[in-house]
Design a protein around this ligand. Structure first.
Ligand code: HAM
Length: 411
């Protein structure tokens, strides 16, 4: 009978095949980041709600609609983390990491929570890997972190990946740009969709995403933030581009690129995979030079990204094959079961993967089971104290000295 309980909407169980696949992505990311000197960090799953209100921004969809917020028994408002950057900046300040050699380079992986409408590639509990390089405004850091995600996606074999790059400039230049954009929208108000018209003052950037013909026509002539960059912002963006060119990382400038978090300044980027449909971004991030100050710290420029593990796996579109086993220890009769278990222990201690039957199967059933779990060899422990080694691929079987099983398997 089916259980009446199901995993909550927008969440899922990672059964062994998925859990293997997730671990592989996390492992590859951790290894690539470690080689570049990014140290692991783990922050709590929940934080003070205000951290996200101040960090991510009160006007963002994440804070307005998507947070899992509740009151704890002490009457404090806490929130399941919707993202990792604000918590890591909190930890950076709390532990005085500004006194360490800068930048502080960190890597993280874990679950995040957003109350979104679930669909393929969008969940309420999802898993990210991410990096943050805190304490540098050098364009070298921008190119380095972008290079890390590019390398990871290439190593995993994610097909059809494109990098979109943009820059938001500084908060001041961004404000000037938004005024210019609003002027353009107001001047062409008659051709805009009702929705865009109503949001000119609140979120004029959304107009770039509209799909009605009228608005799209107006947006073709709209000023873009990348064109309006000036002075040091323009110079910084130019250097990031030159470094990516020198590293052979191809990208497309997307003058309309926007991100759903308020803390970004200057460089922003997004790795998309067309095969993914509506939720096409596998990972993205950018600079957040003002965030640490926003949280009460000294001015501290920083940059980072996060990538969604589920989206990477969807893009890979593969079912991970089980890992297989080096050996299965089969008992010819019940008396041989303790020998089988003891030998399995020896093999495991020597670093091999080995299993025994735990379900009281007869010898035939054990061989069938060994095949099912992908055992490459079976050691049959005979009633007379002897043993036989069976190669499951060729079906070949020969007697072996039970004392030499480890050597025989090591061949
Ligand atoms: P984000 O763009 O909100 O950025 O999320 C990063 C990635 O997490 C997305 O590209 C996507 O792959 C995945 N993701 C986001 N929401 C969901 C969801 N509901 N279901 C499945 N996957 C999802 C951040 O979180 C920033 N903290 C990134 C960053 C780090 N910026 C600077 N440093």
């Amino acid at each position: 009978m089916a259980s009446k309980f199901q995993a909550p909407r927008g969440t899922s169980d990672a059964l062994p095949a998925d859990a293997h696949a997730r671990a592989r992505v996390e492992g590859a990311a951790a290894a690539i980041c470690a080689r570049a000197g990014y140290e692991p960090i783990a922050t709590p799953i929940f934080e003070d709600t205000e951290l996200f209100e101040r960090g991510v921004g009160r006007s963002t969809d994440i804070v307005r609609k998507e947070m899992f917020t509740f009151e704890d028994k002490g009457g404090r408002s806490v929130t399941l983390r919707p993202e990792g950057t604000a918590p890591i900046c909190r930890a950076y300040l709390e532990h005085g990491m500004q006194k360490l050699a800068q930048p502080v380079k960190l890597f993280y992986a874990g679950p995040f929570f957003r109350h979104e409408r679930p669909q393929a590639g969008r969940y309420r509990q999802f898993h990210q890997i991410g990096v943050e390089a805190i304490g540098t405004d050098s364009p070298l850091a921008d190119a380095e972190v972008i290079g890390l995600l590019s390398d990871l996606l290439a190593e995993l074999g994610v097909p059809g990946v494109e990098l979109r790059l943009g820059s938001l400039g500084s908060p001041e230049s961004r404000r000037d740009y938004l005024e210019e954009l609003k002027d353009h929208l107001r001047a062409n108000e008659g051709e805009l969709s009702k929705e865009v018209r109503e949001r000119i003052e609140i979120n004029p950037l959304r107009a770039f995403d509209a799909d009605d013909e009228g608005t799209r026509g107006v947006m073709r002539g709209a000023p873009t933030i990348v064109e309006s960059l000036e002075g040091e912002d323009a110079e910084h963006f130019g250097e990031v581009r030159a470094l990516l060119d020198a590293a052979g990382i191809s990208y497309e400038i997307d003058p309309t690129l926007v991100r759903g978090l308020d803390y970004y300044t200057r460089t922003i980027f997004s790795f998309v995979c067309e095969g993914l449909g509506a939720q096409s971004e596998v990972g993205g991030g950018g600079r957040y030079d003002g965030l640490i100050e926003q949280l009460g710290g000294p001015p501290t420029p920083a940059i980072g990204w996060a990538a969604g593990i589920e989206r990477i796996l969807l893009a890979l579109g593969e079912e991970e094959a089980g890992a297989g086993r080096d050996a299965f220890l089969a008992a010819a009769d019940d008396e041989q079961r303790p020998r089988a278990l003891a030998l399995a222990g020896e093999l495991r201690n020597a670093g091999l993967s080995a299993e025994v039957d735990l379900a009281g199967r007869g010898l035939k059933g054990q061989l069938k089971h060994a095949d099912r779990i992908g055992a490459r060899r079976v050691v049959i422990l005979d009633a007379d104290g002897g043993a036989q080694l069976r190669d499951m691929e060729s079906g070949e079987q020969r007697p072996v000295d039970p004392a030499n099983v480890l050597e025989e398997l090591g061949e």
